[in-house]
Design a protein around this ligand. Structure first.
Ligand SMILES: NC(=O)c1ccc[n+]([C@@H]2O[C@H](COP(=O)([O-])OP(=O)(O)OC[C@H]3O[C@@H](n4cnc5c(N)ncnc54)[C@H](O)[C@@H]3O)[C@@H](O)[C@H]2O)c1
Ligand SMILES: N[C@@H](CCC=O)C(=O)O
Length: 515
């Protein structure tokens, strides 16, 4: 079967009654699965532990979604042994053979989409579109990495000289750790894991403790796709208990991490400490946080800019690494823009994702407290223009909150809040606005709204971020269309979904045969 060109998976049309019915049926079905236990999976075997962690519904925090066995140090050893064994066969087959498992998994995911959307809604607190978009992204990663891996098969075209056959081929690194965040519990788990395995490596997957059940669903899909035992070992557990052992283990050759800057830097530092009998310099891929922003010029389409700002700031409650938590607005349209932003935000209803509310709960009690602390800081640093209320009696709800007249260097303009909080400040020109935009440690996503061509060219050169959007929102990058990944303290890596990203997980070997 010839492999067709890559195409992005399409969002579900919720206007169609059959799609709404399928989701409602699955919301009911998934509910009947609440409270189940999920074991570790090591070398294909289920390992149930006494130490279990409950995963809760953030929209209704007395509800347990399920219980997940927690890996201890001994399980890390077992999983590494299983992964090493599995690597003997998996690392030896071709890229094309491995890619076929990804194509198969993409089809299974597509078939199970309404169920996966339902799990996301319950465990991650997403609404329908956010949950659906994540399944699209996971499918896109499977389809894209499969195709990119096939490109690696032929190696590199080398200069030829008579009498010698020269060849460059790509070899896997061996066993690695995949450490994922909670906010994209399917898409990022899928992207990180399959990029590592399609290149011939075997992995230990440590999902985030807040969303391990969606990751268990990913494991089911990869199993159904026929991925051999031991290629992906599922080892949820406390990062405090097992994190350092995993990262420093002599036989872990690479760590693919996505999460906060703090954890990423800790892992990066630890991974590069010398260890006895070291055979590898570990590779660390660390995709980290952001403090993204949108700059608006007086020439911009102000309605489009207000739409973009509100969607970027409050989509998934601002819990995206790409969230646009700052708006930097030209002084001549400042008041008008603030009004437009507030007016749109007022219409965002807060409530559970099951009912498809635009704003759902934040992920847990810790996030709820942290975001509320930032709201208190915001009251000192700016003027509250909207929101500022929260209620955690049933779920962890925070109204989308807007601060205006915030000074450029203030904390809410520089620190990642990871919640529904938008800081707005004034600039006297786009150039000044871009300077303010650039004034953070991060460099993940950014946007400029303007109708001035010179400013567009200026932003192309000067806005320091991995993903720049011109006259568009700064969230929702699509695989293959806007390959994703940041500058500075936002990440070390190449863009996700690309051939270069796959090169993180291989080493090149040249072979010269003289005739
Ligand atoms: N750049 C990106 O592509 C991207 C994508 C999604 C999320 N993020 C970032 O992730 C963060 C939110 O996710 P989070 O709260 O899950 O992040 P986090 O750093 O708390 O946790 C991420 C993962 O790392 C593990 N971990 C934490 N400390 C560890 C340690 N010492 N050793 C080993 N593992 C450890 C966690 O258990 C979890 O699995 C935000 O900062 C967000 O911006 C970035
Ligand atoms: N890739 C996603 C963000 C992932 C991080 O949380 C976006 O583009 O919005």
């Amino acid at each position: 079967m010839p492999i067709t060109p890559f195409k992005n998976d399409m969002p579900t049309d919720w206007g169609k009654s059959e799609n709404r019915e399928a989701l409602n049926k699955n919301l009911e079905y998934v509910r009947t699965e609440f409270g189940k236990e999920y074991p570790l999976i090591i070398g294909g075997k289920e390992v149930s532990k006494e130490n279990k962690l409950a995963s809760y519904n953030p929209a209704s925090h007395h509800e347990v979604i399920g219980y997940v066995s927690q890996a201890g140090k001994e399980d890390i050893e077992e999983a590494i042994t299983a992964a090493k064994k599995a690597h003997e066969g998996w690392g030896a087959i071709t890229f094309l053979e491995r890619a076929r498992y990804l194509f198969k998994a993409a089809k299974i995911m597509e078939r199970r989409k309404p169920e996966l959307v339902a799990w996301q809604i319950y465990e991650a607190g997403k609404n329908w579109a956010e949950a659906d978009g994540e399944i699209n992204e996971a499918i896109d990663f499977l389809e894209m990495y499969a195709r990119k891996a096939i490109e690696l098969e032929q190696g590199e075209n080398l200069v030829t000289i008579p009498g010698i056959e020269n060849h460059l081929e790509y070899k896997p690194l061996g066993v690695g750790a995949v450490i994922s965040p909670w906010n994209f519990p399917l898409a990022i788990v899928t992207g990180m894991t399959v990029s590592a395995i399609v290149t011939g490596n075997t992995v230990l997957l440590k999902p985030a403790s807040l969303t391990p059940i969606v990751a268990a669903k990913f494991m089911e899909i990869m199993h159904e796709a026929g991925v051999p035992d031991g290629v992906i070992n599922y080892i949820p557990g406390s990062s405090r208990e097992i994190g350092d052992d995993l990262v420093t283990h002599r036989d872990i050759n690479f760590i693919s991490f996505t999460g906060s800057m703090e954890a990423g830097l800790h892992i990066d530092e630890l991974a590069h400490k010398r260890i006895p009998n070291q055979r590898w310099v570990k590779r660390v891929v660390a995709e980290m946080g952001g403090k993204n922003g949108i700059v608006v010029d007086e020439s911009a389409d102000l309605d489009a800019a207000a739409d973009g700002i509100v969607t970027s700031a409050f989509g998934y409650q601002g819990q995206k690494c790409s969230a646009g938590s700052r708006a930097i607005i030209h002084e001549s349209v400042y008041n008008e823009m603030v009004d437009k932003i507030v007016e749109r935000t007022k219409k965002l209803h807060v409530g559970p994702g099951t009912e498809n509310n635009p704003i759902g709960p934040v992920i847990d009690d810790k996030a709820f407290k942290n975001i509320n602390e930032y709201i208190e800081i915001g009251k000192e640093e700016g003027k509250l223009a909207f929101g500022g209320n929260s209620d955690n009696t049933e779920g962890y709800y925070i109204t989308p909150t807007i601060f205006k007249d915030v000074a450029p260097g203030s904390r809410i303009m520089k620190e990642e809040i990871f919640g529904p909080v938008l800081a707005i400040c004034k600039a006297s020109s786009v150039e000044e606005g871009i300077d303010v935009y650039n004034d953070t440690q991060f460099g993940l996503t950014g946007a400029l709204y303007t109708n001035n061509r010179e400013q567009i060219s200026y932003a192309r050169r000067k806005m320091e971020c991995g993903n720049l959007f011109l006259n568009g929102k700064c969230t929702g990058a699509l695989v293959g269309i806007q390959p994703f990944g940041g500058y500075y303290m936002s990440g070390t890596g190449e863009k996700t979904g690309t051939l270069e990203y796959l090169l993180h997980f291989v080493q090149a070997k040249t072979i010269a045969e003289n005739f």
